[in-house]
Design a protein around this ligand. Sequence first.
Ligand code: HSE
Length: 437
Amino acid sequence: MGIGIGLLGLGTVGGGVAEIIQEASGRHPLVQALSLKRVAVRDPSRPRSVAVPAGVLTTSPEQVVDDPGVEIVVELIGGLEPARTLILRAIAAGKSVVTANKAVIARHGEEIAAAAAEAGVYVLIEAAVGGGIPIIEPLKQSLGGNRIRRVSGIINGTTNYILTRMAGEGAGYAEVLAQAQELGYAEADPAADVDGHDAADKIAILAGLAFGGPVDRLAIPTEGISRLDGRDVGYARRLGYAVKLLATAQALEEAEDDPQGARPLDIQVHPTLVPLDHPLAGVNGVNNAILVEGDPIGQVMFYGPGAGAGPTASAVVADILNIAGIRQVQSEGRSLDPLLAAGSWRRCVLADPSRSRHRNYVRLKTRDEPGVIGTIGRCFGDRGVSIQSIVQLEAQGAAAEIVVITHEVSEARFQEAMAAIRSHGAIDAVAACLRTL
Ligand code: HSE
């Protein structure tokens, strides 16, 4: 039985969602309550990495939405139509919807939210912004006690990948874009990414949540990176800045003479020089990060993979589980939402610390005489501990300091080697012993 899930689309993200639902072991038990009922695809004969049960595939998205066994419709088609119509159809049928579609939410979010409120269903959109990064739920719930002042971020992975490579290698925009397309990072038609429209969709959604009202997506001043000259990326770096495609939304003071009392927001997407010590400057490659500034929290940053099958599927399933948890309370008579209650669902024990594996940093005070480094090497090597680097940094008189960084090794082996080192006559003291990531 279970909670019937209908997928519209079985591409990279849809395949990732189907895989999580069908391989529930090791995940929250609520995943086991989900059941993949119907999946709409354009071409059922296309080979796929994920196997779905016979009879589940259809070429008709309407069949998925209308199937009485489907309780939650997951829209992963993208684009404006037919996505908008299908979402509204699902809502009208009393079904909650999960979507990763930032374009449709940024442009038709108000209409969709009104229809959902009328029908008493949820439309959840965690996957629409920031791929796998939880940012929608924090803005709606975890940061609910704050007055948000500003939301800014790197919310397009493709452009961030291109900018990172331009900065790192001094490469030109067109050259890096061509390589990004070859590697499958950028779409064949990269316009939505490189011209900033994808980031504008996403900041419109974030601003709507952060400041409590929908914004006019099409009025957002938007500039992408397609006219960016690599020379400016290079000059910026020499002056102490990284160039990032930043999407920002900031609340301005309300105008005293505004009869509507509407909140004025400054929302923009622009290539921006970010000081190298700013938290957003170190966000590289296809990663995304969103910095939220509010009162009283101050600054909080959300960072992680902004695109890709696994991360985006993780966000989609989070939304499905939220709806499934609420449904268990509403229809199955449970007194608590299983996610919110966070009850334990399996036994966990602390493992013996000697099984822990990590790299190590050791600073030794030794005699400065022939063979000491060889002795240290043997103490480690004889016990199967591999040394990554060893340096003698200072020697004062007959004493020396030797610093060792090991490769990853079990704590048990490392301690055996350290016992041998401590007992050796040439070693005066273990002055420091730290873990290394
Ligand atoms: N095309 C988007 C990006 C991923 O490059 O970040 C999906 O939102």
